[in-house]
Every structure is written in structure tokens, then in C-alpha cells.
Design a protein around this ligand. Sequence first.
Ligand SMILES: Cc1cc2nc3c(=O)[nH]c(=O)nc-3n(C[C@H](O)[C@H](O)[C@H](O)COP(=O)(O)OP(=O)(O)OC[C@H]3O[C@@H](n4cnc5c(N)ncnc54)[C@H](O)[C@@H]3O)c2cc1C
Length: 342
Amino acid sequence: MTHSLPLQYNYSLRHLNTFGVDANAQAYLPVSSVAQLQAVRQDATLAALPRLILGGGSNILLTRDFPGLVLHMGSKGIEIVGEDAEATYVRAAAGENWHQFVLWTLAQGLGGLENLSLIPGSVGAAPIQNIGAYGIELKDRFHALTLFDFATGEQTVLDKAACSFGYRDSVFKHALCDRAVVLDVTFALPKQWQPDLRYTDVTQELAARGISQPTAPDISAAVIAIRTRKLPDPAVIGNAGSFFKNPVVSAEQRDALLQRYPQLVNYAQPDGSVKLAAGWLIDQCGWKGKSAGAAGVYQNQALVLVNRGGASGAEIAQLAAAIQADVAQRFDVQLEPEPIFL
Ligand SMILES: Cc1cc2nc3c(=O)[nH]c(=O)nc-3n(C[C@H](O)[C@H](O)[C@H](O)COP(=O)(O)OP(=O)(O)OC[C@H]3O[C@@H](n4cnc5c(N)ncnc54)[C@H](O)[C@@H]3O)c2cc1C
């Protein structure tokens, strides 16, 4: 069976992760069809290996060589699959680039994903952590997805409820971890489009452009400009975007912290809990711009860890642990990494 699969062994993943970390996969398979996934599942040797489903590699930290099989999702295709009074339904294959997909929807005159412009990575990975930016999360536009289940060998369609989306979280990080391969995702793009301008960064950028009644492409262009200013380009300096989730604490803990740190950046949540700005906490500990070997904290945004050139994943993980320890000691708040450690 395996002779028909284009497998490669001891394969470098350096150009397949945005940290630019040098690590090898024991085995590597570019995947473009379900038949290939079935073949892997039916091959006793391949099926027994640890698996990594890989998209754009923009949310992983390779701390060592990967002792297993990397399945690199390359399936392509975008189509409008239906519409009703509320929405136009658009389906994209897992291997499509997320940002190119957003631009495609905008070019069709379909608004809804513009706030999520320029997020790196693939369509297939977007539901895994329920990507979000500038007030919108994937779940707000999600309709359904198709997955291949390595446990059963079957294809299943999941609706929004079945995906259990949360803040940078979904069922794919829990019950379906290491088992589900997302094949395609269908979005419901609203017929009655309304701009989502709850972030002042976005309104300020639009105002600077002299736009008072923005279209979806106007918002996309503003988001692209803001992100380009704020975040390092992985093609230039290795990174995985925000390295830590914003921690969620109780209102009591927020109040106690405010007594000691009146400047504490915090956002009340609808459920009564409070989100703290992880970047602010890290900055207060003096980490912004610091380096530990070739691993470092980005000088313009303390939430972003960077590879200044030649850092290993283990070095970046050590730097992350040192930051976590400082924040825990100073604020009694536990920071949780956003990328998946491998
Ligand atoms: C500069 C920069 C900015 C970023 N900004 C944001 C942001 O604003 N908001 C945000 O939410 N994220 C952001 N990220 C993180 C990242 O872009 C997203 O998490 C993105 O969805 C990851 O996509 P990927 O294809 O690169 O996933 P990968 O890194 O390849 O994989 C991530 C996880 O998803 C799993 N996975 C990938 N594809 C599939 C599939 N088809 N089926 C099942 N599992 C799969 C992998 O096994 C892994 O566990 C940023 C990253 C960078 C580098």
C-alpha cells in the first residue's frame, strides 16, 4: 500500500513552521486526498506512528525532531455551496491559505470575514483554536466542517455545536485531539452585513483613511495595515503570533490586582469573568525586547516570542517558561501558551 504514497523520510520541517525552527520529521506525506488518509490508516506501520496534521505551521513549536508521520494538508478548492434568506454558504478545502480565502470572499462581494484578514495559516487549522481577531472569532461565521476520523476511517460533518468552540479552543483540542483531520470548512456569510468596529484600532485606522461608512474590503485593508505595523512578518523574523492566551481571572482577583497595579489592563467578560492582557503582564516583568540566546521577546509587542536566527524550539520553550514563572510570581496569574508544543 505505502509504495503509492509520496512519503519522504527524515524530512526537514524548517520551512514548514513560521518560527523557522530546524527539526526533522521521521516521515512526511503531502496530503491531497482522502484516499491517501485511508491508505495511511490501513497501513499497520504508518498507522502506528504518532501523527501531526500540519497546515501552515504558524501555531506550533517544534521542541525536537518529530518522531512520527507529518500529514501536510494541501487540498485545494473554494466554492459557494448555497444560500438562504440569512446567509451565503462558502466551503473551502483544508489546504487553502486562510488569508487568500478571506480575500476571495471579499472579491465575491461577501462580507463577514474581513476582521480576520492576514491571519497566517490554513483554512483547515482555523477551527482548531477558533481563530479570532478584532472582535470576531471563526465561530461567528462558521456553519459546518467535514472531518476524516482516524479512529473509524469515516468522514463526518460537524455543526457548530458539535465543535464546542471557546476562546482559542474547540473539541479538536480535547475529545477529537490526534484523531480528526479537518477536510473542509463551510462558512455562513451574512446577507445583512454589518461592520464590526468594536476595536478602536480599527476605527482609528479607518478615520485616518477618511472612511466613515466602511465596506468589508475597507475594514480588511485597515486590519491588514494595523497587523503589518504591529506584528513581525514570519518571512523576516520567525514567530507564531501571540505566544500566550490572555488569561481569564475572577472579578475578585482582578480587584485585588487593581489595588496593587492600578494600570492593570483588563476586560470584563459577559459571564462575569475578566480577561487580562497577557502582553501587559509580560511587559511589566521587563521582558519586552529581551533575548535568551537566539530566542527573544519582540520589541514592539511583548506577547510575541521570536526566533532571532537559529534558535531551537527548546530554547524558545525555555524562554516561555521563564516568562510564565515571572508572571506567576509577580501577579499570581498562570499564562497558557497558544501554540501547540511538539
Ligand atoms: C504573525 C502571526 C499572527 C497570528 N495572528 C493570529 C490571530 O490574530 N488570531 C489567531 O487566532 N491566531 C493567530 N495566529 C496563529 C495562527 O495563525 C492560527 O492558529 C492558524 O489557524 C494556524 O494555522 P496553520 O495552518 O498554520 O496551523 P498549524 O500551525 O499547521 O497547526 C496548528 C494546529 O492545528 C492542527 N491542524 C492543522 N491543520 C489541521 C487539519 N486540517 N485538521 C486537523 N488539525 C489540523 C495541527 O495539528 C496543530 O495542532 C498568528 C500566527 C502568526 C505567525
